[in-house]
Ligand binder design. Structure first.
Ligand SMILES: [Mg+2]
Length: 254
């Protein structure tokens, strides 16, 4: 697929490929924009200034989109009295969690990159987060149909199983009938995706897309590339064609 070389990449082709979802396959900012608007509408309906709540929420998300208590802090920023905030927060959380985008566009050519990978390797998507939200994103991106297996870490035992916990990769290795250290992980976050790969002794490819593109390289990935398309080029160049693909195990986690 590609004649380029990738310094630092050595060893045989992986036995399976694991791809992160948010900011690796599609830009999560698109989802967050829609979810924030949904919260703004709910806030307006509850008698608050919906625009002000949206602005406050955007600021909180900008400081880190996966922190707890984002909506509480946004209401505090809007000087909503604590007793009123206590009543409204659950309503706004429901609006956020209940947001169902019809479609979330992938990064350019990401769909073709996944399709190319899937002709050569068992392909899984490993993602963290509230399963209701992650399922909505999976549906809107069409990823459920683009991979052999989807694993949402929270469904393996709650937040404690989120990356860098190795549980997700171990589950995928088990379903694919391969060793976890023979997988390769493609992801955007060193402290999650790359660290999870390190935890099982697997190789990793960091992509420089999304919210964490400027984060430090800790732990370092096996190689870093600009995006998923380049990562797929690297992996596809390791094997001649579809005939080497191994059949994945049953997809009971989809
Ligand atoms: Mg990510």
């Amino acid at each position: 697929m590609s004649g380029r070389s990738f310094p630092g990449w050595t060893g045989p082709p992986p036995a399976g490929v694991v791809v992160d979802l948010d900011d690796t396959i599609y830009p999560q900012a698109t989802y967050l924009r829609g979810a924030v608007s949904e919260v703004g509408r709910a806030a307006q309906a509850a008698g608050l200034d919906g625009e002000a709540v949206c602005r406050a929420l955007r600021s909180e998300i900008h400081a880190g989109s996966d922190r707890n208590g984002t909506i509480d802090r946004a209401l505090a920023r809007c000087a909503v009295p604590p007793d009123q905030a206590a009543k409204i927060t659950p309503v706004l959380v429901r609006a956020f969690v209940g947001y169902r985008p019809e479609r979330l566009p992938l990064y350019e050519d990401a769909g073709a990159a996944l399709a190319a990978l899937r002709t050569r390797y068992p392909l899984a998507c490993l993602t963290d987060g509230n399963p209701v939200i992650q399922r909505a994103k999976l549906a809107a991106t069409g990823i459920v149909d683009a991979v052999d297996l989807v694993v949402i870490t929270d469904e393996l035992g709650g937040r404690a199983r989120r990356k860098p916990h190795p549980a997700g990769l171990l589950r995928i290795a088990d379903r694919f009938g391969v060793r976890a250290e023979d997988l390769v992980v493609i992801g955007d976050r060193p402290s999650k995706d790359i660290a999870a790969a390190v935890a099982v002794g697997a190789r990793s490819i960091r992509v420089g897309t999304g919210e964490y593109a400027a984060a430090g390289d800790l732990p370092p990935a096996t190689v870093s590339v600009p995006n998923l398309v380049t990562a797929a080029s690297l992996l596809c160049s390791l094997v001649q064609g579809p005939e080497v693909r191994r059949a994945p195990a049953p997809q009971s986690a989809r």
